[in-house]
Design a protein around this ligand. Structure first.
Ligand code: ATP
Length: 214
């Protein structure tokens, strides 16, 4: 068996302890050699105070600098349009050995939306999917995913085999923090200390990010 590489996409506007703690727990549970945080490019107008791709990338870099096995992968930035996940997976696969395992982390909500994704039926050709689920969640998968779940899910996540092709559920209680909450706190002049790593807070302050316009 080759290396085990996890992938967590997100806006990371900004990256916070919810992302980092969740990612670290999955990395430990699956003995990942590396878990790449992949900042997504986003349309220029989101209706909220948001930071540039360069700032979002720099904050993730600050956050994971001394936290192996977490790393940053900037391949989706520097393009004007958002990347499709299938393209990102194909591009990652092109750099890996055939026996390297790829593990795509998806929250339950994102997983349920899979049938709307570009070429979604090919995703499992390239990776395993780890569905992050809250222990208390109600799970009713959309009809379009029932066959896939019946055929591809394994009940014991540790039993995932090969470099891809299977689905496992990871039961995790997320920390109650969101990037939206952090942006709102900053815009109203409040502290976000302990919600983001100190290095990220220092970056936010040094660059005056998320402040309400005067
Ligand atoms: P926003 O509030 O701007 O929508 P967010 O905090 O949800 O942002 P994203 O960048 O959209 O952050 O999230 C990237 C990924 O991290 C998603 O898969 C999301 O489910 C997951 N995630 C977000 N918040 C948490 C959290 N508190 N704990 C664990 N995972 C999280």
């Amino acid at each position: 068996m080759g290396r085990r590489i996890g992938v967590l996409g997100g806006t990371f506007d900004p990256v916070h302890i919810g992302h980092l703690r969740g990612a670290l727990e999955v990395a430990e549970q699956f003995a990942l050699d590396e878990l790449r945080l992949i900042p997504n490019s986003q349309p220029p107008h989101r209706g909220v105070p948001s930071s540039s791709a360069a700032d979002r990338l720099a904050m993730v870099q600050c956050a994971v600098a001394d936290v192996p096995p977490l790393t940053v992968d900037a391949r989706e930035l520097g393009r004007d349009l958002p990347s499709y996940t299938i393209d990102t997976l194909e591009s990652l696969r092109a750099e890996l050995s055939a026996d390297d395992g790829l593990y795509l982390l998806l929250g339950w909500d994102a997983f349920c939306g899979l049938p709307g994704w570009h070429r979604w039926e090919e995703l499992l050709d390239h990776c395993h999917i780890l569905v992050l689920q809250r222990p208390d969640a109600d799970m009713d998968a959309p009809e379009a995913l029932r066959d896939l779940l019946a055929g591809r899910s394994v009940s014991d996540p540790q039993a995932l085999q090969g470099s891809g092709g299977q689905i496992a559920f990871v039961w995790q209680t997320p920390l109650e923090v969101s990037a939206t909450q952090i942006r709102q706190l900053l815009a109203s002049g409040k502290s976000v200390r302990f919600l983001v790593p100190d290095a990220v807070l220092a970056y936010i302050n040094a660059h005056g990010l998320y402040r309400a316009p005067n």
